[in-house]
Write a protein that binds this ligand. Sequence first.
Ligand SMILES: CC(C)(COP(=O)(O)OP(=O)(O)OC[C@H]1O[C@@H](n2cnc3c(N)ncnc32)[C@H](O)[C@@H]1OP(=O)(O)O)[C@@H](O)C(=O)NCCC(=O)NCCS
Length: 234
Amino acid sequence: MKLESLNWDSEFFEIKVGRIVFNNSESDLKKLLDEAKKQNYQLLYVFTDKNTMLSSEILNQWNGKLVDRKVVYKKEVSTNIKKDKFVFPYDDTSVNDDLLGLAYLSGQYSRFRLDKNFPKGSFERMYKEWLVKSVNGELADEVFVAKEADRIVGFVTLKVNNNNGNIGLIAIGKNAQGKGLGTQLINVCENYLNKCSVETLTVPTQLDNLQACKFYKKYGFEEDSVINIYHFWI
Ligand SMILES: CC(C)(COP(=O)(O)OP(=O)(O)OC[C@H]1O[C@@H](n2cnc3c(N)ncnc32)[C@H](O)[C@@H]1OP(=O)(O)O)[C@@H](O)C(=O)NCCC(=O)NCCS
């Protein structure tokens, strides 16, 4: 088990952030937290595997909290071309407030929103940057939008790596949910991946996001991995 410095997170939040992947010894974890404190770390992300929960003793002693049970869903890309007639490629390079609101909605269960110890506005800054860099092609290969009467009511971002397409952000606005548009957003991703001969599609979410988990399972995704993420503000 080792302490890893996270440069991107440290610069973005302007606090010293590190990560520890837990290996089943709480006494070793305590030693690392102690070491991290001496090195002036302020926040540690501690990752444990699906069935490993940290004791309340270490959480209380070190100001730790479970903030995310991150699940990755996966499916084989279907070779049937599917219907997606209300969904279009987003061909603009700028973002408007509709899209920004949808990006925030996509992150409603994000640990960066739910953990109130981050500096105020951090979640919004992070999701805005994620959206902007998806639309400009840095973090996504494709962005698709769902439209109702010419207004954007939903979107998805997709990035291909190693023969796998991964969904970054996905949301349908509250008033447009439950009408099949979310399904069409996944359809358009599958059609795109199918054309590029990419074989699998993944999407990460949070187990607490029951609506999203139900939606992915109904679509045909299966659980690929689950990890627990703790934040220790030391
Ligand atoms: C998850 C989401 C994208 C689904 O989009 P949607 O357009 O509402 O979904 P669809 O209409 O295509 O629904 C397909 C299935 O998903 C499930 N589902 C959709 N909305 C649901 C809800 N409010 N509660 C429970 N299940 C729901 C249902 O099983 C539904 O099938 P059914 O209509 O036959 O019952 C959308 O609800 C959403 O944007 N949620 C908020 C943002 C979010 O959490 N994004 C995920 C980030 S990882």
